[in-house]
Design a binder for this molecule. Sequence first.
Ligand code: UDP
Length: 375
Amino acid sequence: MKINTEVLIIGAGPVGCVMAERFSNDLKLKCTIIESRNHIAGNCYDEYNKKGVLYHKYGPHYLRFKNKKTLNYLSKFTKWIEGNYIVKSVVNKKLYSFPINLDTLEEFFNVKLKSKQHAINFLKKKIVKIKKPKNSEELILSKLGKEIYENFYKNYTTKQWGISPKKLDKSVAGRVPIRFNRNPFYVNEKLKLMPKKGFTNLFKNMINNSKISLILNTDYFKIKNKISVKYFTIYTGTPDRFYDFKYGKLDWRSLKFVFNTYKKNYIQDYVQYNYPNDYKFTRKVEIKHVTKQKSKYTVISKEFPQKVGEPYYPIMDKKNKITFKKYEKLMNTSSKKNIYFEGRLAKYKYFNTDEVIENALHLYKKLKYKFKKLK
Ligand code: UDP
Protein backbone atom coordinates (compact mmCIF):
# COMPACT_ATOMS: atom_id res chain seq x y z
CA MET A 1 0.00 0.00 0.00
CA LYS A 2 1.48 3.33 -1.06
CA ILE A 3 0.05 6.58 0.32
CA ASN A 4 0.30 9.78 -1.69
CA THR A 5 -0.87 12.87 0.07
CA GLU A 6 -0.43 16.61 -0.01
CA VAL A 7 -0.51 17.02 3.77
CA LEU A 8 0.35 14.24 6.20
CA ILE A 9 -0.91 14.51 9.76
CA ILE A 10 0.22 12.12 12.47
CA GLY A 11 -2.33 11.97 15.25
CA ALA A 12 -6.10 12.57 15.08
CA GLY A 13 -6.31 14.60 18.29
CA PRO A 14 -7.40 18.25 18.45
CA VAL A 15 -4.30 19.50 16.59
CA GLY A 16 -4.54 16.86 13.87
CA CYS A 17 -8.23 17.51 13.30
CA VAL A 18 -7.78 21.31 13.15
CA MET A 19 -4.88 21.04 10.69
CA ALA A 20 -6.81 18.60 8.46
CA GLU A 21 -9.90 20.79 8.53
CA ARG A 22 -7.99 23.97 7.67
CA PHE A 23 -5.86 22.48 4.88
CA SER A 24 -8.78 20.63 3.28
CA ASN A 25 -11.44 23.33 3.57
CA ASP A 26 -9.38 26.45 3.17
CA LEU A 27 -6.65 25.36 0.72
CA LYS A 28 -8.52 22.35 -0.75
CA LEU A 29 -5.50 20.12 -0.14
CA LYS A 30 -5.65 16.35 0.19
CA CYS A 31 -4.90 15.37 3.80
CA THR A 32 -4.11 12.02 5.34
CA ILE A 33 -4.38 11.48 9.09
CA ILE A 34 -2.63 8.49 10.64
CA GLU A 35 -3.81 7.59 14.13
CA SER A 36 -2.58 4.74 16.30
CA ARG A 37 -5.74 4.49 18.42
CA ASN A 38 -9.09 3.27 17.15
CA HIS A 39 -10.70 6.67 17.40
CA ILE A 40 -10.28 10.39 16.75
CA ALA A 41 -10.29 13.32 19.24
CA GLY A 42 -7.18 12.30 21.20
CA ASN A 43 -7.63 12.53 24.93
CA CYS A 44 -10.74 14.67 24.45
CA TYR A 45 -12.46 11.51 23.26
CA ASP A 46 -15.86 10.87 24.83
CA GLU A 47 -18.28 8.07 24.11
CA TYR A 48 -21.56 6.54 25.30
CA ASN A 49 -21.15 3.53 27.57
CA LYS A 50 -23.40 0.42 27.55
CA LYS A 51 -26.04 2.22 29.61
CA GLY A 52 -26.01 5.17 27.24
CA VAL A 53 -24.08 7.56 29.50
CA LEU A 54 -21.68 9.98 27.78
CA TYR A 55 -18.34 9.87 29.60
CA HIS A 56 -14.83 11.25 29.06
CA LYS A 57 -12.61 8.23 28.49
CA TYR A 58 -9.33 10.02 29.25
CA GLY A 59 -10.36 12.24 32.12
CA PRO A 60 -12.47 15.36 32.37
CA HIS A 61 -11.93 18.04 29.75
CA TYR A 62 -13.20 21.35 31.01
CA LEU A 63 -13.13 23.53 27.93
CA ARG A 64 -12.63 27.24 28.47
CA PHE A 65 -11.51 30.03 26.16
CA LYS A 66 -9.19 32.94 26.66
CA ASN A 67 -10.52 34.63 23.56
CA LYS A 68 -13.50 34.58 21.26
CA LYS A 69 -11.39 33.72 18.20
CA THR A 70 -10.88 30.06 19.10
CA LEU A 71 -14.48 29.79 20.26
CA ASN A 72 -15.78 31.25 16.99
CA TYR A 73 -13.71 28.80 15.01
CA LEU A 74 -15.01 25.78 16.95
CA SER A 75 -18.57 27.08 16.77
CA LYS A 76 -18.61 26.06 13.10
CA PHE A 77 -18.66 22.44 14.25
CA THR A 78 -20.79 22.35 17.38
CA LYS A 79 -23.45 24.00 19.47
CA TRP A 80 -22.61 24.71 23.09
CA ILE A 81 -23.90 24.27 26.59
CA GLU A 82 -22.63 26.17 29.64
CA GLY A 83 -19.64 24.69 31.45
CA ASN A 84 -19.79 25.79 35.05
CA TYR A 85 -17.26 23.37 36.48
CA ILE A 86 -17.24 23.19 40.26
CA VAL A 87 -14.56 21.21 42.08
CA LYS A 88 -14.36 20.40 45.77
CA SER A 89 -11.41 19.16 47.74
CA VAL A 90 -12.08 16.58 50.45
CA VAL A 91 -9.84 17.25 53.46
CA ASN A 92 -10.44 15.46 56.76
CA LYS A 93 -13.72 14.18 55.28
CA LYS A 94 -15.00 17.73 54.75
CA LEU A 95 -15.77 19.33 51.38
CA TYR A 96 -13.94 22.59 50.69
CA SER A 97 -14.14 24.98 47.76
CA PHE A 98 -11.19 24.44 45.43
CA PRO A 99 -9.43 26.56 44.04
CA ILE A 100 -8.75 28.09 47.43
CA ASN A 101 -11.02 31.11 47.92
CA LEU A 102 -12.41 33.11 50.83
CA ASP A 103 -14.89 30.33 51.67
CA THR A 104 -12.09 27.75 51.85
CA LEU A 105 -9.95 29.94 54.08
CA GLU A 106 -12.88 30.79 56.39
CA GLU A 107 -13.95 27.19 56.77
CA PHE A 108 -10.49 25.71 57.06
CA PHE A 109 -9.20 28.21 59.61
CA ASN A 110 -12.58 28.80 61.22
CA VAL A 111 -12.38 32.58 60.83
CA LYS A 112 -14.56 35.26 59.26
CA LEU A 113 -12.87 37.13 56.41
CA LYS A 114 -14.82 40.22 55.47
CA SER A 115 -12.80 41.34 52.48
CA LYS A 116 -9.89 40.61 50.19
CA GLN A 117 -7.65 42.84 52.28
CA HIS A 118 -8.73 41.10 55.45
CA ALA A 119 -7.77 37.73 53.92
CA ILE A 120 -4.43 39.05 52.70
CA ASN A 121 -3.63 40.38 56.19
CA PHE A 122 -4.71 37.08 57.71
CA LEU A 123 -2.48 35.08 55.35
CA LYS A 124 0.50 37.37 55.96
CA LYS A 125 0.97 35.57 59.29
CA LYS A 126 0.84 32.19 57.59
CA ILE A 127 2.87 32.52 54.40
CA VAL A 128 6.52 31.63 54.10
CA LYS A 129 8.55 34.55 52.81
CA ILE A 130 10.19 33.41 49.58
CA LYS A 131 11.13 36.20 47.19
CA LYS A 132 11.31 34.23 43.99
CA PRO A 133 9.57 30.86 44.31
CA LYS A 134 11.43 28.34 42.19
CA ASN A 135 9.15 25.32 42.31
CA SER A 136 5.58 24.23 43.05
CA GLU A 137 6.21 23.84 46.79
CA GLU A 138 7.78 27.27 47.18
CA LEU A 139 5.03 28.88 45.15
CA ILE A 140 2.22 27.62 47.36
CA LEU A 141 4.12 28.16 50.61
CA SER A 142 4.77 31.75 49.55
CA LYS A 143 1.16 32.42 48.62
CA LEU A 144 -0.86 30.37 51.11
CA GLY A 145 1.44 29.09 53.86
CA LYS A 146 2.23 25.72 55.33
CA GLU A 147 -1.22 24.54 56.50
CA ILE A 148 -2.95 25.02 53.16
CA TYR A 149 0.05 23.64 51.30
CA GLU A 150 0.18 20.50 53.40
CA ASN A 151 -3.55 19.82 53.40
CA PHE A 152 -4.54 20.71 49.84
CA TYR A 153 -1.44 20.58 47.61
CA LYS A 154 1.48 18.57 48.93
CA ASN A 155 0.06 15.06 48.86
CA TYR A 156 -2.12 15.60 45.78
CA THR A 157 0.89 16.80 43.82
CA THR A 158 3.11 13.97 45.06
CA LYS A 159 0.42 11.41 44.19
CA GLN A 160 -0.27 12.99 40.80
CA TRP A 161 3.34 13.32 39.67
CA GLY A 162 5.22 10.66 41.64
CA ILE A 163 7.83 13.25 42.67
CA SER A 164 8.07 15.94 45.31
CA PRO A 165 6.45 19.34 44.51
CA LYS A 166 9.95 20.70 45.23
CA LYS A 167 11.12 19.17 41.98
CA LEU A 168 8.24 20.42 39.86
CA ASP A 169 8.15 23.67 37.95
CA LYS A 170 6.06 26.29 39.75
CA SER A 171 3.71 26.52 36.77
CA VAL A 172 2.27 23.09 37.72
CA ALA A 173 0.64 24.01 41.03
CA GLY A 174 0.41 27.54 39.64
CA ARG A 175 -2.19 26.35 37.11
CA VAL A 176 -4.84 26.43 39.80
CA PRO A 177 -5.99 29.97 40.62
CA ILE A 178 -5.86 31.37 44.16
CA ARG A 179 -8.74 33.67 44.94
CA PHE A 180 -9.61 36.35 47.39
CA ASN A 181 -13.27 36.32 46.42
CA ARG A 182 -16.02 33.70 46.53
CA ASN A 183 -15.94 32.58 42.91
CA PRO A 184 -16.57 28.81 43.15
CA PHE A 185 -15.68 27.83 39.57
CA TYR A 186 -12.61 25.80 38.74
CA VAL A 187 -11.26 28.06 36.02
CA ASN A 188 -11.04 31.84 35.81
CA GLU A 189 -12.13 32.25 32.20
CA LYS A 190 -15.62 33.64 31.67
CA LEU A 191 -16.02 31.65 28.45
CA LYS A 192 -16.63 28.16 29.87
CA LEU A 193 -18.45 25.93 27.40
CA MET A 194 -19.01 22.27 26.56
CA PRO A 195 -19.73 20.97 23.08
CA LYS A 196 -23.43 20.13 23.20
CA LYS A 197 -23.08 16.64 21.73
CA GLY A 198 -19.63 16.00 23.15
CA PHE A 199 -16.03 16.37 22.01
CA THR A 200 -15.90 13.38 19.66
CA ASN A 201 -18.90 14.74 17.79
CA LEU A 202 -17.21 18.14 17.47
CA PHE A 203 -14.02 16.68 15.99
CA LYS A 204 -15.99 14.29 13.76
CA ASN A 205 -17.82 17.26 12.25
CA MET A 206 -14.51 19.05 11.86
CA ILE A 207 -12.94 16.39 9.65
CA ASN A 208 -16.07 15.51 7.70
CA ASN A 209 -14.56 16.31 4.29
CA SER A 210 -13.92 14.00 1.32
CA LYS A 211 -10.44 15.47 0.95
CA ILE A 212 -9.45 13.96 4.31
CA SER A 213 -8.47 10.29 4.61
CA LEU A 214 -8.42 8.97 8.13
CA ILE A 215 -6.38 5.85 8.85
CA LEU A 216 -7.02 4.51 12.36
CA ASN A 217 -5.30 1.69 14.29
CA THR A 218 -2.03 2.39 12.51
CA ASP A 219 1.44 3.07 13.85
CA TYR A 220 2.95 5.79 11.65
CA PHE A 221 6.48 4.50 12.25
CA LYS A 222 5.58 1.12 10.75
CA ILE A 223 4.37 2.61 7.47
CA LYS A 224 6.32 5.83 7.12
CA ASN A 225 8.44 4.53 4.24
CA LYS A 226 5.31 3.96 2.22
CA ILE A 227 4.10 7.55 2.45
CA SER A 228 4.96 10.29 0.03
CA VAL A 229 4.09 13.85 1.07
CA LYS A 230 3.86 16.73 -1.36
CA TYR A 231 3.77 19.72 0.97
CA PHE A 232 3.67 19.40 4.76
CA THR A 233 3.94 16.86 7.57
CA ILE A 234 2.40 17.70 10.93
CA TYR A 235 3.52 15.45 13.75
CA THR A 236 1.60 15.50 17.04
CA GLY A 237 3.19 12.54 18.86
CA THR A 238 6.09 12.45 21.29
CA PRO A 239 9.36 13.94 19.96
CA ASP A 240 11.67 11.28 21.43
CA ARG A 241 9.91 8.58 19.40
CA PHE A 242 10.11 10.69 16.23
CA TYR A 243 13.90 10.95 16.57
CA ASP A 244 14.35 7.33 17.54
CA PHE A 245 15.18 8.25 21.16
CA LYS A 246 18.45 9.83 20.03
CA TYR A 247 18.77 11.84 23.26
CA GLY A 248 17.01 9.30 25.48
CA LYS A 249 13.44 9.02 26.68
CA LEU A 250 11.23 11.83 27.87
CA ASP A 251 9.23 10.93 30.99
CA TRP A 252 5.47 11.20 31.07
CA ARG A 253 2.94 10.81 33.82
CA SER A 254 0.14 8.47 32.90
CA LEU A 255 -3.26 7.70 34.39
CA LYS A 256 -5.43 4.66 34.88
CA PHE A 257 -9.16 5.28 34.95
CA VAL A 258 -11.64 3.11 36.78
CA PHE A 259 -15.23 3.73 35.71
CA ASN A 260 -18.33 2.66 37.61
CA THR A 261 -21.89 3.03 36.39
CA TYR A 262 -24.74 3.52 38.85
CA LYS A 263 -28.50 3.43 38.35
CA LYS A 264 -28.93 6.81 39.98
CA ASN A 265 -29.52 10.28 38.70
CA TYR A 266 -26.42 11.63 40.48
CA ILE A 267 -23.95 10.31 43.05
CA GLN A 268 -21.99 13.49 43.82
CA ASP A 269 -23.21 17.05 44.29
CA TYR A 270 -20.44 18.46 42.05
CA VAL A 271 -18.54 17.27 39.01
CA GLN A 272 -15.22 16.68 40.75
CA TYR A 273 -14.00 15.74 44.22
CA ASN A 274 -10.26 15.86 44.84
CA TYR A 275 -8.72 13.62 47.49
CA PRO A 276 -5.31 15.05 48.29
CA ASN A 277 -4.65 12.99 51.42
CA ASP A 278 -6.69 9.80 51.10
CA TYR A 279 -6.71 6.88 48.63
CA LYS A 280 -4.45 6.05 45.71
CA PHE A 281 -6.62 7.96 43.26
CA THR A 282 -6.46 11.74 43.00
CA ARG A 283 -10.04 12.55 42.09
CA LYS A 284 -13.53 11.28 41.47
CA VAL A 285 -15.35 12.77 38.51
CA GLU A 286 -19.04 12.59 37.63
CA ILE A 287 -18.98 14.17 34.19
CA LYS A 288 -22.77 14.13 33.88
CA HIS A 289 -22.80 17.36 35.90
CA VAL A 290 -21.08 18.94 32.90
CA THR A 291 -22.59 17.09 29.94
CA LYS A 292 -26.02 17.75 31.54
CA GLN A 293 -27.21 14.49 30.00
CA LYS A 294 -30.64 13.25 31.02
CA SER A 295 -30.29 9.58 32.00
CA LYS A 296 -31.35 7.17 34.74
CA TYR A 297 -27.68 6.20 35.00
CA THR A 298 -24.50 8.01 35.93
CA VAL A 299 -20.77 7.25 35.66
CA ILE A 300 -18.08 7.95 38.26
CA SER A 301 -14.43 7.79 37.25
CA LYS A 302 -11.49 7.46 39.58
CA GLU A 303 -8.03 8.54 38.39
CA PHE A 304 -4.99 6.59 39.48
CA PRO A 305 -1.68 8.22 38.46
CA GLN A 306 0.81 5.80 36.90
CA LYS A 307 4.49 5.78 36.03
CA VAL A 308 3.99 3.73 32.88
CA GLY A 309 1.26 3.84 30.28
CA GLU A 310 0.14 6.23 27.61
CA PRO A 311 1.67 9.71 27.83
CA TYR A 312 -0.66 12.25 29.50
CA TYR A 313 1.37 14.84 31.34
CA PRO A 314 4.89 16.10 30.54
CA ILE A 315 6.93 15.98 33.75
CA MET A 316 8.37 19.42 34.16
CA ASP A 317 11.45 18.72 36.21
CA LYS A 318 15.07 19.62 35.44
CA LYS A 319 16.08 16.39 33.76
CA ASN A 320 13.20 16.35 31.29
CA LYS A 321 13.49 20.04 30.51
CA ILE A 322 17.11 19.46 29.48
CA THR A 323 16.27 16.43 27.33
CA PHE A 324 13.40 18.24 25.65
CA LYS A 325 15.57 21.24 24.79
CA LYS A 326 17.80 18.91 22.76
CA TYR A 327 14.84 17.51 20.84
CA GLU A 328 13.47 21.02 20.38
CA LYS A 329 16.62 21.98 18.47
CA LEU A 330 16.09 19.08 16.08
CA MET A 331 12.41 19.95 15.72
CA ASN A 332 13.27 23.51 14.77
CA THR A 333 15.52 22.34 11.95
CA SER A 334 12.87 19.94 10.63
CA SER A 335 10.80 22.88 9.44
CA LYS A 336 13.29 23.18 6.57
CA LYS A 337 11.98 19.80 5.44
CA ASN A 338 8.41 21.01 5.97
CA ILE A 339 7.91 18.83 9.03
CA TYR A 340 6.16 20.63 11.90
CA PHE A 341 5.47 19.66 15.51
CA GLU A 342 2.44 20.78 17.46
CA GLY A 343 0.35 19.85 20.49
CA ARG A 344 0.86 18.78 24.12
CA LEU A 345 2.89 15.68 23.28
CA ALA A 346 5.09 17.16 20.55
CA LYS A 347 5.80 20.39 22.45
CA TYR A 348 6.15 18.57 25.79
CA LYS A 349 4.07 21.30 27.36
CA TYR A 350 1.11 21.21 29.74
CA PHE A 351 -1.32 22.93 27.36
CA ASN A 352 -5.08 23.08 27.80
CA THR A 353 -7.38 22.06 24.96
CA ASP A 354 -8.17 25.64 23.87
CA GLU A 355 -4.46 26.42 23.83
CA VAL A 356 -3.57 23.52 21.53
CA ILE A 357 -6.36 24.53 19.17
CA GLU A 358 -5.19 28.13 19.18
CA ASN A 359 -1.62 26.99 18.51
CA ALA A 360 -2.76 24.76 15.65
CA LEU A 361 -4.64 27.67 14.05
CA HIS A 362 -1.54 29.79 14.41
CA LEU A 363 0.65 27.14 12.80
CA TYR A 364 -1.84 26.80 9.97
CA LYS A 365 -1.64 30.53 9.27
CA LYS A 366 2.13 30.28 9.02
CA LEU A 367 1.99 27.25 6.72
CA LYS A 368 -0.65 28.82 4.50
CA TYR A 369 1.71 31.71 3.93
CA LYS A 370 4.56 29.32 3.21
CA PHE A 371 2.37 27.33 0.82
CA LYS A 372 1.49 30.40 -1.20
CA LYS A 373 5.20 31.09 -1.59
CA LEU A 374 5.93 27.44 -2.52
CA LYS A 375 3.39 27.55 -5.34
N1 UDP B 1 -3.27 20.43 42.59
C1 UDP B 1 -3.21 20.17 43.96
N2 UDP B 1 -4.35 19.88 44.62
C2 UDP B 1 -5.56 19.79 44.01
C3 UDP B 1 -5.63 20.05 42.63
C4 UDP B 1 -4.46 20.37 41.94
O1 UDP B 1 -2.12 20.19 44.54
O2 UDP B 1 -6.57 19.52 44.69
C5 UDP B 1 -2.02 20.73 41.86
C6 UDP B 1 -1.36 19.44 41.37
O3 UDP B 1 0.04 19.64 41.37
C7 UDP B 1 -1.88 19.34 39.96
C8 UDP B 1 -1.88 20.81 39.52
O4 UDP B 1 -2.27 21.52 40.71
O5 UDP B 1 -1.08 18.52 39.15
C9 UDP B 1 -2.79 21.16 38.37
O6 UDP B 1 -4.11 20.74 38.66
P1 UDP B 1 -5.22 20.62 37.52
O7 UDP B 1 -6.50 20.34 38.19
O8 UDP B 1 -5.13 21.80 36.62
O9 UDP B 1 -4.72 19.33 36.76
P2 UDP B 1 -5.35 18.55 35.50
O10 UDP B 1 -6.82 18.75 35.51
O11 UDP B 1 -4.66 19.09 34.28
O12 UDP B 1 -4.96 17.13 35.79
